[in-house]
Design a protein around this ligand. Sequence first.
Ligand SMILES: C[S@@+](CC[C@H](N)C(=O)[O-])C[C@H]1O[C@@H](n2cnc3c(N)ncnc32)[C@H](O)[C@@H]1O
Length: 261
Amino acid sequence: MRTNEMKELLDLTGSIGKVYGSENTSLFLYSLIKRQKPNCIVELGTGMGLSSLWMGLGQKENGHGELYTIDNGQEANLLTEDIEKIFPQLKGEDPEKSYEQYMNLIFESYSLTNQINFMKKDINLASQHMLMDHELQMVDKSIDVLFADTSYGPYDALNIMRQFLPYMSEYSSILIDSASTHLPTYLTLEKMIDDLNRSKIPQHFLSIKDPKARWNLFQLVSQRTFKLVHLNEKEKRKQNSTAWIIIEPNEYIPQPDVATH
Ligand SMILES: C[S@@+](CC[C@H](N)C(=O)[O-])C[C@H]1O[C@@H](n2cnc3c(N)ncnc32)[C@H](O)[C@@H]1O
């Protein structure tokens, strides 16, 4: 059963992975999910659903966990054309399917609807209100893995951290696709992580309107250790990296809290 599902997904990866250059990243995410068994994953930017499918499969095999994946469908015209070529069987009787309907059908056809919750929504990362309290209230638990795949500029990276840090689990990961090989973002992340580890809050984080959220940020930064890993790919294309920020409690035992020997 498992082998068939993986094989089907590997075949699909060959055909749709190239659209967003996410074929290797998807397998990395699958492996991370199998190893760390997160309960709650949030993905910003569903695209054609490849990374969601791999993460959802990892959760299904783990026997627990949910994934919330969000996309505003801004590339829907192009995507639905591609989807219709790759999944002709999904078109059915009704030729006018929306991007949202197609995404739900794709997740259904891989039997991953218990794991994957798709939401068509616009995410304004620059908002000075906390998205998790206003736009994303359906994610009602702390986030173990955040895969941000909508934008990768330096302010996007700062905004992602400002928005989601207070909602991340004690031990968790934030992955920002394409950020490590965009020089301004690479340098911003290096400086930001260094500052956070010295409990220095970037000024940018303090423009959040809610004083409680600002206070939570202060608390959290002083109680965590941050590690930055640049997952770079030797591929000649723009999407050739993922910045992986590992958030850990200040502890003297290996994290996540696993069996030691
Ligand atoms: C690179 S693709 C995602 C690829 C997918 N994660 C994968 O690896 O298979 C980026 C997606 O982000 C979506 N997007 C861009 N800006 C957005 C925003 N502000 N809110 C929601 N979705 C957005 C686009 O519609 C696009 O489908």
